[in-house]
Design a protein around this ligand. Structure first.
Ligand SMILES: [Zn+2]
Ligand SMILES: [Zn+2]
Length: 889
């Protein structure tokens, strides 16, 4: 025996103490850092970097758990395994958080200035980064902290500038005036993906535009009347006969009295409104395209804070919605407002602050997406990248096939500044990875860097290769890229996954990962999405304190399958905690037995009793099933199988059988198999519940001969492989029958509320399994509390009167009623009770016929007596039935 100090296992599992101890141990030993071994193919996950906007939420806990399960499993299989953690600067999202904090102090970023503001942002990001790392550690995440990255670190930042310059040089990045989504609160452009479209109950306003040359009008319909100020045409469909004579004429724009033409364009829907539409190229994407085709002027009527600018004439300076009211009043006065109809339409809101966005023409940087999308489509259609669940493949392809150019410039300060310098002498652009000191064209030092930063998703798109050192040709990049699995939520398939595939291919010429595993959303017990607004958020750290990390991990993933939403509920957390406790108790029992027996724990395979062969066979089957499920990303089902095997077979049956054998001192001792199955099961379960399995495994290891398990930690021990030779169908068949017999007798005892001290009788007919099962009569009697249990040769020999008869899979069981209850006593008790009830019925009946009572008593009292009579009659009926079933005569 090893000399390591043994300590008594506490009665109950205390996760708090155990978790911290083992995480520190793993960390100090450097287990999370893989060794580069060119002979082996690595398993790699780059962690989706949480935003530096605060703490981890339950969605992050799910991500961390699923990835840790995969990582621990592959590590135990001997693969060099890298899980690279990191955090995202989260551009607009983080800037909003810090700006809110500044506002609370009466400050804003402009008062602070760019440098001071960025310092504040850095401090905030550092704080979040530490919190996030601590929280991941509490969740048991076995990621390689020595490689932790931040999107704004020098390496990833250089990757961003390099990718930008490469795309610019290839003509795939351009600066142009386009309609973008403008958030007035955040004061920045947003990409289409950052806009939430919500149906809003608004109005459709019909406005008359007077013709310029002669009398008459053309009527247009609009939901945003203030944009009339920016109209540069009225358009109709060229096929629309109603307006045939109007095309080419001019109208006078109300309010600002500008003369604009009536034009024909295919895009106009003759069925919308009046069939004639106003064209506002600077504030509508469709109108912008019309203007491009027809050479119309763009008139921007808004300031960045969405007050009206000088182009709005008399309305200049008004807020956009005040302007709407003012213009409607004026139109009404002039008799130009024809009618107002209620109208539900989709309105874009800023995904970060929920303010209504304003589409407006603006000079921004864009990436030309179709040339990048094409190869990204191919990688999925030709199977180089698999998306799980498969149904998201269609969603992915559909989005890429219809992709639009990506607006990547943001009018923010927090992020990667655009690596472009403008020359005030020759007005040309210098685009450079390194800080430019002078103009690349004329050498002038009068240059100024673009003040804007890049969309935060630009750096995210590079994450799989930038986190591994790209653009440098590092050993890490060569060995760990392409990575293996990208595990993330399905809600960021477009934001992130698709863009990583496009940019990975563009920058490295290779796919960034071969499998995309998309998990669902975490919902509450009612199926509602957890959100701060709803107030139903379960803080993962609060649940950890109460239930333990393993219980939370179990609750989050024990029912999960790719793409499906999961419910996190208190009963599930309790189930996780109970499972950990069950394992704790079983291990304590095994350890106490080892200490008491000092037995040899070598399994003698040639003379194993039935239950030993059975549990070894079941272990073998469970091992191969779980391995197959893990390979297929069915982590929920894998955990369910392990839970059912450990709880429902090992703890509930094998341990119970073993207790009887240990008490009787039978040879061979069950200890070798008890230990063997427990130890292997702990390894099987380790990826899912790392802390309790390590604690139990270490406790077990201390009491076993040295050399029996040589690794220092369960996380380095080999993942069990199924022992095909252990499969024993005969043993499984007999054991299942024995279990079924005991189980059914216990059920009957429970149904008939037999006191636990009472022994009942049973007859068993087991057909061809008779002799195999009879050998276990002592165990059956003990575990079912039935004595005697008689094994019969034929079905005919079984009792058939006053019995409970059970037909099982391979046997039949009969239990005489008399053995469960004291028949004579029971009959007397029932009869006495019936007599009492009958007397009460007679009394109540007489009372309710008594005219004096009926006339004097209040109605409620009479009703109560009637109710009483009805319940007594009902009770009498039930007693009569009981008497009949128990004493069939
Ligand atoms: Zn916003
Ligand atoms: Zn120049």
């Amino acid at each position: 025996m090893a000399e390591a100090p043994k300590y008594e296992m506490p009665k109950a599992y205390e996760p708090g103490k155990v978790e911290q101890k083992w995480y520190q141990f793993w960390l100090e030993k450097g287990y999370f850092t893989p060794k580069i071994d060119p002979k082996k193919k690595p398993f790699v996950i780059i962690m989706p970097p949480p935003n530096v906007t605060g703490e981890l939420h339950v969605g992050h806990a799910l991500t961390a758990t699923l990835e840790d399960i995969m990582i621990r499993w592959h590590r135990m299989r001997g693969e060099p395994t890298l899980w690279l953690p990191g955090v995202d600067h989260a551009g607009i999202a983080a800037q909003v958080v810090v700006e809110q904090k500044l506002a609370a102090q009466g400050l804003d970023r402009h008062k602070l200035g760019r440098q001071k503001f960025l310092e504040r942002m850095r401090q905030w990001a550092d704080k979040c980064r530490r919190t996030i790392a601590e929280q991941h550690q509490r969740l048991g995440a076995s990621c390689d902290w020595s490689r932790e990255k931040f999107t704004l670190d020098e390496g990833p930042s250089r990757a961003v500038r390099t990718a930008f310059v490469n795309l610019y040089n290839k003509g795939l990045i351009y600066r142009g005036e386009r309609i973008i989504n403008w958030c007035p609160r955040c004061a920045t452009a947003l990409s289409d993906l950052e806009v939430d479209h919500k149906d809003i109950q608004g109005n459709l306003y019909y406005v008359k535009y007077p013709l310029a040359e002669n009398d008459g009008f053309i009527t247009v319909a609009t939901t945003r009347p203030e944009t009339i100020l920016g109209d540069t045409a009225v358009a109709v469909n060229p096929k629309d006969k109603r307006f045939k004579t109007m095309v080419g004429k001019k109208v006078i724009l109300p309010a600002v009295k500008r003369i604009i033409p009536i034009i024909a364009d295919e895009v106009v829907d003759p069925d919308f409104g009046t069939g004639a539409v106003k064209v506002t190229p600077a504030h509508d994407p469709v109108d912008f395209d019309i203007a491009q085709r027809q050479g119309l002027e763009l008139i921007n009527i808004l300031n960045p804070d969405v007050t009206m600018n000088e182009n709005a004439g008399p309305y200049a300076g008004l807020d956009r919605f005040d302007c709407r009211k003012a213009i409607l009043a004026d139109l009404e006065k002039e008799g130009l407002l024809v009618k107002v109809e209620p109208y539900t339409h989709s309105v874009g809101h800023c995904d970060r602050c929920q303010v209504i966005i304003e589409p407006l023409a603006s000079r921004q940087w864009f990436i030309k997406m179709p040339p990048l999308a094409k190869p990204a489509i191919d990688t999925v259609t030709d199977g180089r990248i698999a998306i799980l669940p498969e149904r998201f493949t269609k969603v992915y392809l559909n989005w890429l096939e219809n992709i639009r150019d990506w607006c990547i410039s943001r009018q923010l300060w927090w992020g990667h500044r655009i690596p472009v310098w403008y020359c005030s002498d020759c007005s040309k652009l210098t685009v450079s990875v390194d800080e430019a000191k002078s103009c690349a064209h004329c050498g002038s030092a009068n240059i100024e860097q673009d003040p804007d930063v890049l969309d935060t998703w630009f750096s995210s798109a590079l994450w799989t290769h930038s986190a591994l050192g790209w653009p440098d040709d590092s050993e890490e990049l060569r060995y760990f890229y392409p990575t293996t699995v990208m595990e993330t939520g399905y809600d960021i398939l477009f934001f992130w996954v698709a863009r990583m595939i496009m940019m990975g291919l563009e920058d490295t010429g290779d796919i960034p990962f071969s499998t995309v595993y998309l998990h669902g959303l975490v919902r509450d017990e009612k199926g509602e999405k957890m959100s701060k607004l709803r107030g139903n958020v379960l803080n993962p750290l609060d649940t950890l304190k109460v239930y333990g990390t393993d219980a939370l991990r179990f609750a989050l993933t024990s029912d999960i399958s790719p793409g499906n939403d999961i419910k996190l509920t208190t009963p599930r957390l309790e189930a996780g905690r109970n499972f950990a406790n069950k394992l704790w108790n079983a291990t304590r029992f095994v350890i106490r037995s080892i200490e008491a027996e000092q037995a040899n724990i070598e399994i003698k395979r040639d003379k194993l009793p039935l239950e030993d062969r059975w549990i070894l066979s079941r272990l073998s089957r469970t091992t191969s099933t779980v391995t197959r499920l893990m390979q297929n990303f069915q982590f929920g089902e894998a955990q369910r199988q392990l839970h059912d095997f450990l709880w429902g077979e090992y703890c509930d049956w094998y341990v119970e059988f073993a207790k009887i054998r240990l008490r009787s001192g039978e040879v061979p001792s069950p200890l070798p198999v008890l230990v063997y199955v427990l130890e292997a099961s702990l390894r099987l379960l380790h990826p899912c519940m790392p802390f309790v399995t390590e604690e139990l495994w270490q406790n077990l290891k201390q009491r076993l001969p040295s050399g029996w398990q040589t690794t220092e930690s369960i996380m380095l021990a080999a993942y069990p492989e199924a022992d095909k030779k252990a499969i024993d169908p005969k043993a499984e068949r007999v054991m299942e029958s024995i279990i079924e017999i005991i189980h059914s007798i216990r059920n009957v005892r429970a149904e008939h509320k037999v006191e636990s001290a009472r022994w009942i009788e049973a007859q068993v007919y087991a057909g061809e399994l008779k002799s195999a099962i009879t050998a276990y009569s002592e165990v059956i009697q003990t575990l079912a509390r039935a004595r005697p249990v008689t094994f019969l040769d034929s079905r005919e020999a079984m009792k058939s009167e006053n019995v409970v008869a059970l037909v099982l899979k391979e046997s039949e069981v009969v239990i005489p009623m008399a053995s469960m209850v004291d028949l004579e006593g029971e009959r007397k008790r029932l009869q006495k009770e019936m007599e009492e009830v009958q007397a009460e019925i007679a009394h109540l009946g007489a009372r309710l016929k008594d005219k004096a009572f009926l006339s004097k008593a209040p109605a409620v009292v009479v009703d109560r007596e009637r109710d009483k009579l009805a319940t007594r009659r009902d009770k009498l009926e039930r007693l009569r039935e009981q008497l009949l079933t128990k004493f069939q005569t």
